[in-house]
Design a protein around this ligand. Sequence first.
Ligand code: AMP
Length: 216
Amino acid sequence: MAEEISERLKGRIITVFCSSSSMVAPVYFQAAQELGQLMAQAGAGLVYGGTYIGLMGAVSRAVREGGSITIGVIPASLRQIGLADEHLTELIVTDGMRERKAQMELRGDAFIALPGGYGTLEEFFEIVTAKQLGFHSKAIVLLNTNGYYNPLLAQVKEAVEQEFMKPNSLELFYVAETPTEALGYIAHYQPEDYQQKWFKPPVIPTTEEGEVPGSE
Ligand code: AMP
């Protein structure tokens, strides 16, 4: 990775969403490990789901072995059944999944979703939706290892095609094919003023006197 990219990522915290499955093909583990190694080389820290299993374990081990910080966020119930990696720089234990996602959003300067199942998809779309509504303006990358997300991207384009979303909805996140490309995007990311999601501005109902009902 270019030195200039490393320089820009130094000290940044990246939240990574990814699969808890240990059954996926080696190509996915390789990409997860490579991402962790590159983050550590650059001196970037990791926020993630806090477990040692699946791709999550692969990323966090690589970051830790590379000497950078690892912050896990895990609900108490998952820790109780032994899923937490107890050797992280910091383990944040939450009451439930909602608080966990809030912490993962709060702690990260940028987000990368690797291939995953429902958990990853939910985390990815939640962070995209929050950006769409203006709750944050951080970089979001979908890492399309092995073309895993091609069908999902086709669905998103279909949603735009049929006007369920505006064309600029596609600009809310960046699709990278490799970990290097993902980190390069984050390093150079400049938050833009994302225009409103609405096709037409929402109409605020008023009374005849021009007051907004319920606002007194
Ligand atoms: P999935 O893609 O369904 O495997 O879910 C993985 C994502 O959801 C991760 O980014 C985690 O934050 C969260 N997650 C799901 N299952 C677990 C688990 N057993 N332990 C820790 N985090 C999990």
